[in-house]
Write a protein of this length. Structure first.
Length: 615
């Protein structure tokens, strides 16, 4: 299991100041606690021997001052150290989640990961401060026992006789409390996962009117959470009750032996006071069940963060310079299997020449998006390799891979403070001119410039349509200036005219850029240079859209949700396209010919509404 980096070595390396303060303050507090009974005994003996308070109290006051300063320093250093380790651990977890990516490497649901990141990380970060505090209490207790032995060996014997059963109680409690804390955090994570699912589908819940049912589903684990929480309280209550019953017996035994030693003249009166103080210190470790609960909670949090960090990440290569080339992409005998060993892609051999626009076409589950995810290592093949300009993408360093392959998705997340920052997210050094050019190619500059602050408009709270957000995602991919651009259904939210304008701009202004287009619409496939038709994880055919259109099964990929009236729409489209190419008239627009007219070609197969495939 991976180390979460919340141990002592990591604490010294990443938060030396708070760690040093804590490691000084805790021993100082223990020393002050151990000196206090001796100082009190000395003061009593001095006063009984006729000495004045002026000579008896200063040493006692000095010890009290030391204890107070050490306690204050510890109260400041502990939370500071916890905060520093929490920030570092959350950073590690976030980096690890990004490195795992979306390729099925992460076996934990989103809500569970969020629970570990938000709750597990601070719990794990408390482990070092909690252990230091517990070790300090243990050292104080052991010092008290040693001090009792120095006063009189029989005092130590009386104390240890009652200590053994108390240690058994504490050990039993720690084991049980750690297991209960881990179960508690797991149930919390299940609730978080269900809540995340519900928030992601909030529109569906509202549209279906199933709020009550969804609330019941999200909160169904609450009784289990309550049962585990009550179990933890019962364990703590039982341990506290047992120790509270045992502690007075031990103290009474020590005081009885001390009284007997005083009566025998073996110890002075002040040592009787010291014996009472040292007995209390010796029992202090057993009475700090709250600290032990904190240790158990921290151990459970560390287990869960270590568990997440132990999920292996595919290593990145070391090549930091791309080889010469313009973006030739090659898939060599690529196969991908599901977790149950079911084949998702099987023996794919495909070369995409530099500057080519290749459309990936197929029914749902055919492997289009999975194949498109391989060049940028959003998923890695189980067999075979993917190469850019002859170099395996697995050999590229992370930053160089992002300069080689850019992505646009159907639901892009806009990350950054404002639109200019969001569009340059994949290429931080991009200038304003490059950002504007990318937005113009993606047909996004017109609506961006209509915003009150243009490219300086804050992303947070920005109300845009799905199609506008998609165009911004396309612009971000263009601005990345990678050799290979992958459009994974990235125009699905655009109307057909806008989609044609975008694809036409890509063809004209990104002519040297290799493009992979996951196509659900015939329009997108028709505008590609080549089409790879996938069926059950294999390439069934490779050719132009016009060549493949003769196959009824290929046409069915786009017409699966269209009525039999599609044939009439097809003929209307073709005649309208021919008319538009000859005269420029819009007579075919009613039957979806606007795109055919714009392209000026009568040889293209149907790309009108009748040939669309519903996502």
């Amino acid at each position: 299991m991976a180390d979460s980096g919340t141990g002592f070595r990591a604490a010294w390396r990443h938060a030396p100041g708070p760690m040093a303060a804590l490691t000084v303050s805790v021993p100082a507090a223990s020393a002050a606690a151990l000196l206090l009974p001796a100082a009190a005994a000395e003061a009593v003996d001095t006063i009984l021997d006729g000495g004045g308070a002026g000579s008896a109290l200063p040493p006692l006051a000095a010890v009290l001052a030391l204890g107070l300063i050490a306690a204050l320093l510890g109260e400041l250093a502990g939370p500071t150290l916890t905060a520093a380790l929490t920030a570092r651990l959350r950073g590690r977890l976030a980096d690890h989640m990004v490195a795992l990516g979306t390729g099925g490497r992460n076996p934990y649901p989103e809500g569970d990961v969020t629970g570990r990141l938000v709750g597990g990380a601070p719990d794990a970060a408390r482990l070092v401060p909690a252990l230091i505090g517990t070790l300090g209490a243990l050292a104080t207790s052991l010092g008290g026992i040693v001090a009792l032995g120095l006063l009189d060996p029989w005092l130590a014997v009386a104390f240890v006789a009652g200590l053994v059963p108390a240690l058994v109680i504490v050990r039993t409690f720690m084991v049980h409390a750690t297991d209960l804390n881990e179960r508690y955090q797991k149930v919390q994570a299940r609730i978080s996962a269900r809540l995340a699912d519900a928030l992601g589908g909030i529109r569906t819940i509202r549209a279906c009117g199933t709020r009550d049912r969804e609330e019941s589903r999200v909160l169904r684990p609450l009784p289990e959470l309550s049962a585990v929480g009550h179990g933890l309280w019962r364990a703590q209550r039982r341990a506290v009750a047992q120790i509270l019953l045992l502690a007075p017996v031990v103290e009474l035994a020590v005081l009885s032996v001390a009284g007997w030693a005083l009566s025998e003249g073996r110890i002075p009166p002040g040592d009787l006071v010291a014996a009472a103080g040292y007995a209390a210190l010796g029992l202090g470790f057993l009475e700090q069940l709250e600290s032990l609960v904190g240790v158990a909670h921290a151990r459970a949090g560390r287990r869960r963060t270590d568990e997440l960090l132990s999920v292996p990440v595919a290593p990145h290569g070391t090549k930091r310079v791309l080889p010469p080339g313009r973006g030739e992409l090659a898939f060599r005998n690529v196969s991908v299997r599901a977790a149950d060993d079911r084949p998702l892609l099987s023996g794919v051999d495909l070369t995409v020449p530099a500057g080519t626009c290749l459309a990936l076409v197929g029914t749902t589950g055919s492997g289009k998006s999975l194949l498109a995810a391989l060049p940028g290592r959003l998923h890695d093949p189980d067999e075979g390799e993917v190469l850019v300009d002859g170099l395996p993408v697995a050999a590229l360093a992370r930053g160089e891979l992002r300069r080689a392959v850019a992505y646009a998705f159907p639901d892009p997340a806009l990350l950054g403070s404002d639109l200019r920052d969001a569009l340059g997210y994949g290429r931080p050094g991009a200038g304003a001119g490059e950002i504007g050019r990318a937005a113009a190619i993606a047909q996004a500059d017109t609506f961006v410039l209509r915003l009150p602050d243009g490219y300086s408009t804050p992303v947070e709270g920005l109300g845009l349509s799905g199609g506008e957000v998609q165009r911004l995602g396309l612009a971000r991919a263009v601005a990345q200036d990678a050799r290979v651009m992958v459009l994974d259904d990235a125009t699905s939210g655009l109307d057909m005219v806008t989609e044609h304008q975008v694809m036409d701009a890509f063809r004209r202004r990104l002519a040297g850029r290799t493009r992979i287009v996951v196509a659900h619409r015939a329009a997108a496939a028709a505008q590609a240079d080549r089409v790879a038709w996938l069926d059950a994880g294999r390439i069934r055919a490779l050719g132009t859209h016009e060549e493949l259109w003769d196959d009824a099964d290929y046409r069915a990929v786009f017409a699966s949700s269209v009525s039999s009236a599609a044939s009439g729409a097809v003929s209307g489209f073709v005649s309208g396209a021919v008319s538009g190419a000859v005269s420029g008239a819009a007579s075919g627009a009613a039957s979806g010919t606007a795109l055919g007219t714009a392209s000026g070609s009568a040889s293209r197969p149907p790309i009108g509404p009748a040939a669309e495939d519903a996502r």
